[in-house]
Design a binder for this molecule. Structure first.
Ligand code: NDP
Length: 448
């Protein structure tokens, strides 16, 4: 597949020159430009008014050093980022990731994707993303606190409840959000909804913790329903054992599926009786341990070193919920050979482009990340609404709104697939459905 429109081709060359070496960002921009080609041809004004040129250039890339002192008094310096990609339809919104693999490329590609994802939710939020190459794993609470405070010492200048509202992502959960929020409050003297994923005692929303995993299952259930299927009675494999994976497992099980495998970055567990989620929560949420501890009190379960093998476990539905590029062509082939009929992405860009092509060519149902995992950011936007109103909605109220949003996202994507003749390529359809609203808002706001 390639870009055929001459203007978009030339634009892609410019993007490649400007972002040389930013592999993930370039893959993502190319894939989105390929998808929106028919839309751009139907709307020459997007090119005439520079919308496409503006769209591929982040509004702002902020890069800063993050010095902190460990428990032994040694000084460390990490690098922090915030990329504010697009604010055409609302304040920048997107998570902060703390992981040694984080680079400017990672954050730029995630921020670009986030713009389209946030648009798909139907809520007024623009796209941003941030993070650092700091690894919270193995650090004490005090070290994590000192890092978060130092990170916020720079970030606070660039964010605000009506400007940019970060949230959690890999390595950033309730503990980190708490430390970041405390420091923001100290620096600005403001008690406001500047971060989401906050604790319930200081402005958080019920159901935010569950939202991405639950939302993934609501989206997937609606997709399956449209093909006459459901989670009921299906065998499911879920990669990861973090926030998204745990709550995807919870909801898939509630919807009647049996989840038989989960992993962390060291290896995976297979439990033929179905994963005992309380045990996983205890290991991961309470003890911050490793998934291999699961087998100690589950005699029928097996632990295998290395996480890639998880995709060789026979299943009907695969939900990759760990990290980007975790499901490659070889893994896709293994899933297909084992009779898997649906892959729905909980993580951001977990399937490589080659894997997606194989999944679509084999006729599997495919839930693309920017649609299927939009439940987290959607509920973050609901948290922003509650903060503005100074109200807290009940779990049931937030969960019902989340479900509505995910069902609507599926139908918007399915409608775009039909209108633009994309067949079962919901990846392309999601790009188009997200892009249209952003492009129209950019057009209306002029060259800025
Ligand atoms: P967490 O940090 O809570 O969990 C990540 C999980 O993935 C951990 O189990 C981790 O294992 C595992 N993991 C990390 N790297 C690898 C790897 N290379 N191979 C296998 N497993 C790996 O993150 P989240 O659950 O919050 O996020 C997961 C994904 O979902 C990310 O792509 C994120 O961007 C995306 N996402 C998250 C949202 C949210 O609301 N949290 C919203 C939308 C998307 P280990 O403990 O060993 O590191």
């Amino acid at each position: 597949m390639s870009i055929k429109n001459a203007y978009l081709q030339q634009l892609m060359e410019t993007v490649e020159k400007r972002n040389a070496g930013d592999e993930q960002f370039l893959i993502t921009v190319r894939s989105v430009l390929e998808s929106v080609e028919p839309v751009v041809e139907a709307h020459p004004e997007y090119i005439e008014m520079g919308v496409m040129d503006l769209f591929v250039e982040p509004e702002r890339v902020i890069k800063f050093r993050v010095p902190w002192v460990d428990d032994k008094g040694k000084v460390h310096v990490n690098r922090g980022y915030r990329v504010q990609s697009n604010s055409a339809i609302g304040p920048y919104k997107g998570g902060l990731r703390l992981h040694p693999s984080v680079t400017e490329d990672t954050v730029k590609f995630l921020a670009f994707e986030q713009t389209l994802k946030n648009s798909l939710t139907g809520l007024p939020i623009g796209g941003g993303k941030g993070g650092s190459d700091f690894d919270p794993k193995g650090k004490s609470d005090m070290e994590v606190m000192r890092f978060c405070q130092s990170f916020m010492n720079e970030l606070y200048r660039h964010i605000g409840p009506d400007c940019d509202v970060p949230a959690g992502d890999i390595g950033v959960g309730a503990r980190e959000i708490g430390y970041l929020y405390g420091q923001y409050k100290k620096l600005t003297g403001q008690y406001c909804g500047v971060l989401t994923g906050k604790g319930l005692s200081y402005g958080g929303s019920l159901a935010r913790k569950e939202a991405t995993g639950y939302g993934l299952c609501y989206y997937t259930e609606e997709m399956l329903k449209s093909f006459g299927k459901s989670f009921q009675g299906q065998t499911v494999v879920i990669s990861g054992s973090g926030n998204v994976a745990i709550y995807a497992c919870e909801k898939a099980t509630q919807l009647g599926a049996k989840v038989v495998a989960m992993c962390d970055s060291n290896g995976y567990v297979y439990d033929p009786d179905g994963i005992d989620l309380d045990a996983v929560k205890l290991i991961k949420e309470v003890r911050r341990g490793r998934i291999k501890e699961y087998v100690a009190d589950h005699p029928k379960a097996e632990y295998h070193e290395g996480c890639k093998g998880i995709w060789t476990v026979k299943c009907d539905i695969a939900l990759p919920c760990a990290t980007q590029n975790e499901l490659d062509l070889e893994s896709a082939k293994a899933l297909i050979a084992n009779g898997c009929f649906c892959v729905s992405e909980g993580a951001n860009m977990p399937c490589t482009m080659e894997a997606i092509d194989a999944i679509l060519s084999a006729g599997l149902y495919f839930g693309p990340a920017k649609a299927a995992n939009a439940g987290g950011v959607a509920t973050s936007a609901l948290e922003m609404s509650q903060n503005s109103e100074r109200l807290s909605w009940s779990f049931a109220e937030v969960d019902a709104k989340l479900k509505d949003i995910m069902v609507n996202i599926f139908h918007n994507v399915a409608d775009a697939a039909q209108e633009y003749d994309f067949g079962n390529n919901f990846e392309k359809a999601a790009n188009v459905a997200g892009f249209l609203k952003v492009a129209d808002a950019m057009l209306a706001q002029g060259v800025c």
